[in-house]
Design a protein around this ligand. Structure first.
Ligand code: NDP
Length: 447
């Protein structure tokens, strides 16, 4: 294997960053056919360079809670690759955040952003701050302190962060307010902004909608549609919420949702009033998914993930919560129960041996960097609107998003076929994303 040495070096340099190793291995192994065909990439050490972030920033984030006590969190921003555009990628607030998570996400982001066809490089950031159980004022003080350092590294043509786990409209608002206060600038330095201050219609919907559009394309390629399909979705945050809405519109029936404590199974489908309840529960009350089971009299499975709680067939699975949330045993259960397509709304939610199981059983498997690229694509569309000083309608943004997802599907399928793995979207997405960035790096010399 031509990439073996690079993988070994990545591991020995940062032995504790296991999620980053996982992401690097998956990408590098699948681009082998390209490297064999294009030895010039190896000669120019493109692979050695692409696994090393251009810049990594770690900083102190002190903040004061409602009782006057001082806390100190750690902030991160990894500016991974800017060969095709300014660094672009979300901020994650979750206690599990450390450099290995941020680097895995930043690395994935390089190829995802390339796949969108828009001029965006890859970056990612966040903190080990846990927003759960914090008051609005505590979240605000944290975000202000975080921005007190981050502002000097970002800019509308340099690095443009957005949301991710734990960062939604509320947090983007506090971050943007502080950026504006410190810099005296009103520019498009963040995406996911509020509609009244530069945000784009359809940005909140974009990742969940895009993941559903990608899945629809995979189904079409098998002469199938969402109509009457039983769909299992995990998570109940931003991505999951809008995946539910779009799958419902496309004729599927979503029967599960989850959070980090457990899953609900609603055989009648999560639609109408029930979907409104989830939106209020998760975005306003910030409550637990178990409350859905109490409210609507359905089953709640403490500590279980959606893949194993459905009584009967599951045709489509959409993991939309977090990394490594679907393992081999669960993949086997899904295959045995009739799954034909898996579309990843989250980043790297499926463990590597589970991915192999799906692919070897001819399940259409849409990897996150393709299937969830609708979020960052619509962030790119938000930036375009900011640059030309306009706002497009919901229908116009949704039309562009839909077209981008159709293109990503077609380009991934074409690259997979060209390099000898027809139907393998993992290989296709990695290759299609890699080639554009590699060519840009070749053009720009050794930097
Ligand atoms: P949210 O914070 O809105 O929701 C996250 C959901 O995942 C919650 O239901 C949360 O449950 C659950 N979750 C988080 N951590 C864990 C865990 N360790 N185990 C089990 N469940 C967990 O985040 P998003 O919906 O924005 O993001 C979800 C995924 O989608 C992430 O992988 C993110 O990187 C990816 N993504 C998001 C994009 C976006 O535009 N927002 C774009 C592309 C990808 P709980 O409340 O209990 O923590």
């Amino acid at each position: 294997m031509v990439v073996e040495k690079v993988i070994e070096r990545v591991i020995s340099r940062d032995p504790d960053q296991k999620e980053f190793h996982q992401a690097v291995k998956e990408v590098l192994e699948s681009i082998e056919p390209v490297l064999k065909k294009h030895p010039e990439y190896l000669k120019a050490k493109i692979v050695d360079r692409i696994v090393e972030p251009e810049r990594q920033i770690i900083f102190r984030v002190p903040w004061v809670d409602d009782n006057g006590e001082i806390h100190v969190n750690r902030g991160f921003r990894v500016e991974f690759n800017s060969a095709i555009g300014p660094y672009k990628g979300g901020l994650r607030l979750h206690p599990s955040v450390y450099m290995g998570i941020i680097k895995f996400l930043g690395f994935e982001q390089i190829f995802k952003n390339s796949l969108t066809g828009l001029p965006m490089g890859g970056g990612k950031g966040g903190s080990d701050f846990d927003p759960k159980g914090k008051s609005d004022m505590e979240v605000m003080r944290f975000c202000q302190s975080f921005m007190n350092e981050l502002f000097r590294h970002i800019g509308p043509d340099t690095d443009v962060p957005a949301g991710d786990i734990g960062v939604g409209g509320r947090e983007i608002g506090y971050l943007y307010g502080q950026y504006r206060k410190i810099t005296n600038r009103f520019d498009s330095v963040l995406t996911g902004k509020g509609l009244k201050w530069g945000g784009s219609l359809a940005r909140p919907e974009a990742t969940g909608y895009g993941c559903s559009y990608f899945c629809e394309e995979m189904l079409k390629a098998r002469n199938e549609t969402f109509k009457d399909k039983i769909v299992a979705i995990s998570g109940s945050g931003n991505v999951a919420q809008y995946a539910v809405q779009k799958v419902n519109q496309l004729g599927g029936k979503v029967v599960t949702l989850s959070d980090s404590a457990g899953s609900i199974y609603d055989p009648d489908g999560i639609t109408g009033e029930k979907w409104n309840f989830i939106m209020d529960l998760k975005n306003v009350k910030r409550g637990r998914i178990s409350e859905y089971a109490k409210k609507f009299g359905v089953q709640y499975y403490e500590g279980k993930r959606p893949w194993v709680v459905v009584d009967g067939p599951i045709h489509v699975a959409m993991p939309c919560a977090t990394q490594n949330e679907l393992n081999l045993a669960e993949a086997k259960h899904l295959v045995d129960n009739g799954v034909i397509a898996v579309s990843e709304g989250a980043n790297m939610p499926t463990e590597p041996d589970a991915v192999d199981h799906f692919i070897s059983n001819k399940i259409s498997f849409g990897p996150g960097k393709a299937a969830n690229a609708g979020g960052v694509a619509t962030s790119g569309i938000e930036m375009m609107q900011n640059h030309i000083g306009t706002s497009w309608t919901f229908e116009e943004v949704d039309r562009q998003l839909h077209q981008i997802m159709v293109n990503i599907h077609a380009n991934s399928a074409a690259a997979a076929a060209k390099y000898g793995s027809p139907g393998n979207y993992v290989v296709g997405a990695n290759i299609a994303g890699f080639v554009k960035v590699a060519d840009a790096m070749m053009d720009q010399g050794v930097i």
